[in-house]
Unconditional design. Structure first.
Length: 154
């Protein structure tokens, strides 16, 4: 049975880091140039101010997935309480069992409880997971709004 729960990012960071590494190896952009290096100071600040949501998926106490998001006023829309999904991930060995759906539904419920008015989430367009993520986000009632581009600056 998979348990979904809100947990402290800082308290479980060593466990999260292991999955972050799997996530980065599987889906991280510019892996040859951009090393995984989470900014713990920023995460700790966001958590201490109630602006970080860390949802976990566990099977027999083992971390198998997460969804991390930032909540609070927007930079350009300071009167609007926003949620921005930072990173969702489910281990490949447990995918296809609805764990990702449950993480996103739990996030949606928590965002409502926090008074979030608009939720932003993204998907890596060239990832093999993009089609399933697109279906999930649309199932949640989300619509595509922006396209994000990137360029490595040599």
């Amino acid at each position: 049975m998979t348990q979904i729960a809100c947990e402290s990012f800082i308290a479980i960071y060593p466990e999260l880091l292991s999955l972050f590494e799997s996530h980065w190896r599987e889906l991280g952009p510019y892996r040859d140039r951009m090393p995984l290096s989470p900014n713990l100071q920023i995460y700790a600040f966001l958590e201490s101010t109630g602006q970080l949501l860390t949802l976990t998926a566990r099977q027999d106490h083992r971390l198998v997935g997460y969804l991390i998001a930032k909540t609070g006023p927007g930079l350009h829309y300071s009167q609007t309480n926003q949620a921005i999904t930072d990173i969702p991930y489910v281990l490949p060995s447990v995918r296809g069992r609805g764990i990702g759906v449950r993480l996103f539904l739990a996030a949606q419920a928590e965002f409502k409880a926090r008074g979030v008015e608009v939720w932003f989430a993204n998907s890596k367009k060239h990832s093999p997971l993009h089609r399933s993520m697109d279906r999930l986000l649309r199932h949640l009632g989300m619509t595509d709004q922006d396209v994000q581009y990137s360029k490595w600056m040599d």
